[in-house]
Design a protein around this ligand. Structure first.
Ligand SMILES: NC(=O)c1ccc[n+]([C@@H]2O[C@H](COP(=O)([O-])OP(=O)(O)OC[C@H]3O[C@@H](n4cnc5c(N)ncnc54)[C@H](OP(=O)(O)O)[C@@H]3O)[C@@H](O)[C@H]2O)c1
Length: 179
């Protein structure tokens, strides 16, 4: 259970994960451009959440606002850009003993992708648990498909509850068979 969970980019396909985390946290901060309009549809959950309508591409304003909100003990991020400085600054908001979960697209897991770099960077976050979730695809007979939202959410929650630094949801191999 988190005292203060920070959820970034989780009002779309990852909303069911946000719901689960908020349910088991004391309070949470939810960041997305449209955060103000987002609702879990349950007062009990909405009352625990500070919704911040922020654009993470405006890194300075985004981080200044997060810092005002104070430290967190769980941060889950679904960011499209590599944005290493932004990712590191978000990790800095997590207290020692806390956990950082980064969700990333399939290209991050390629040999030239940034997933390995993130694993290395997080070694400097002493005393913090790091979990990385790479979204792959599913081989389906002779064809392939992207993950369903339920599969993505289940993979993120598995990473949260589990002990593996890296979780690949679906597969990244063979890469040329991706949809
Ligand atoms: N490997 C796979 O199978 C895989 C991987 C990735 C995606 N997908 C598919 O692709 C679809 C689209 O993915 P998606 O990431 O666009 O959808 P999404 O997860 O449903 O939405 C993106 C999230 O990030 C927030 N966001 C986006 N840009 C932002 C910004 N500049 N600042 C702050 N927050 C921002 C969005 O809220 P706001 O818009 O309110 O800011 C939302 O919370 C998914 O629905 C999924 O089906 C599949």
């Amino acid at each position: 259970m988190a005292d203060h969970a920070l959820l970034i980019g989780m009002t779309g396909m990852l909303a069911p994960v946000a719901r689960e985390i908020v349910g088991e946290s004391q309070h949470a901060t939810l960041c997305a451009r449209g955060a103000a309009k987002f609702s879990f549809g349950e007062k009990f959950l909405d009352d625990k959440v500070m919704k911040l309508p922020l654009d993470y591409t405006d890194e300075t304003h985004f981080l200044d606002t997060l810092r005002i909100r104070g430290p967190v003990d769980l941060a889950i991020t679904w960011l499209h850009p590599e944005a290493h400085e932004l990712r590191n600054a978000i990790a800095d908001c997590v207290v020692p003993g806390g956990k950082i979960i980064e969700v990333m697209g399939s290209a991050a897991g390629r040999p030239d992708g940034f997933a390995d770099e993130r694993l290395d960077a997080m070694k400097s976050q002493l005393g913090k648990t790091y979990r990385q979730v790479i979204l792959g695809f599913v081989l389906d007979g002779g064809t392939s498909r992207w993950l369903h939202h339920e599969e993505i959410c289940a993979g993120v929650l598995t990473a949260h509850r589990g002990f593996q630094p890296r979780t690949i949801v679906g597969t990244l191999d063979p890469w040329e068979k991706r949809p």
